[in-house]
Design a binder for this molecule. Structure first.
Ligand SMILES: O=C(O)CCC(=O)C(=O)O
Length: 299
């Protein structure tokens, strides 16, 4: 849908100013947006998954673990596809105020693309290098975004999500290195073309929500604080934006309609998008790709 058509629909939860800020800057922060029992339930369920991770000694379909993870001192990088792991996550993804945010910014017909919970553990939880999301999952148009929920208070010391304002309107960068290997990040040699002096560092109390456009350049620094920084991310697309390459997390509820109805017509945007590796052969995570851990078998 065109931006003006989206803006002409009555919003569910955002003000018109917030929607306009998003379309202009490619990002948005909603402080204290999720509160009370809904937040507490997600915090409790997440704590149970951390306990469960103690039984794992290597990354698997559920957990992406940091190299230093042990049963005594868990260090979880990511819980993969949380909404497949527990109904509380699915309820949050499919029918909550963040689904309303997706609708206010994508239009009335919305699909969920995938979900992940990035922990960015305390005392060195890994950075996420500057990247754009859309090269990981190209769609026929750019009506695609990601919404993050901070499950704990997040300050500057904890590696909050940083988003380069306005970068969604500029170029899509290469995410391969000079050897044609997928690195899931923008090579430093291109940093001169990113406006790194225009970063919004999105932080706030537990329950604050971040939104970023699929073309927005974003990343986060390591977490050197003594507190983990769990960020529950759900990515959505407009119903008329169809995926054109293999889904990184195929299967249950990938690309399921969560608002409105399926599209009858495909929406196309004219600008080209980088093609990722063939993820039908397996996908591990952005962390593994960026740290060049599994580069041979993951993307
Ligand atoms: O967890 C973060 O700080 C950023 C996550 C992110 O950009 C991603 O997983 O694509």
């Amino acid at each position: 849908m065109k931006i003006e058509d989206i803006l002409s629909c009555t919003p569910k939860v955002l003000s018109q100013d917030q929607r306009e800020y998003y379309f202009e800057n490619g990002c948005l922060l909603l402080e204290n947006f999720i509160t009370g029992d809904r937040l507490k339930k997600l915090q409790d369920v997440t704590q149970d998954f951390i306990e469960k991770s103690r039984a794992c000694s290597a990354s698997n379909d559920m957990f992406d673990l940091e190299p230093g993870h042990t049963s005594e001192h868990p260090r979880v990088r990511r819980l993969n596809m949380p909404y497949r792991q527990h109904p509380a996550y699915w309820e949050f993804t499919s029918d909550s105020p963040i689904t309303d945010v997706a609708e206010d910014l994508l239009g009335p017909d919305v699909k969920v693309h995938h979900s992940k919970l990035n922990f960015k553990w305390s005392d060195g939880g890994e950075e996420v290098k500057w990247h754009q999301d859309i090269p990981f999952y190209p769609h026929t148009n750019y009506g695609v975004l990601a919404i993050g929920l901070y499950l704990q208070d997040v300050d500057d010391e904890m590696g909050p999500m940083g988003i380069v304002r306005g970068s969604h309107k500029r170029e899509i960068f290469d995410h391969y290195n000079d050897n044609d290997e997928w690195i899931g990040a923008i090579d430093e040699k291109h940093y001169g073309r990113i406006a790194l002096d225009q970063v919004d560092w999105l932080k706030g109390p537990a329950g604050s929500v971040t939104v970023h456009h699929c073309r927005a350049v974003h990343g986060s620094v390591p977490n050197n604080s003594p507190r983990p920084r769990p960020l529950l991310i759900n990515a959505y697309s407009a119903a008329d934006a169809l995926t054109v390459t293999a889904h990184p997390y195929p299967g249950e509820r990938a690309d399921e309609i969560v608002r409105g109805k399926p599209a009858r017509w495909i929406g196309y945007d004219p600008e080209p998008c980088l093609i990722p590796p063939d993820f039908s052969k397996g996908y591990s995570s952005i962390f593994a790709a960026q740290q060049e851990e599994d580069i041979a078998n993951a993307p």
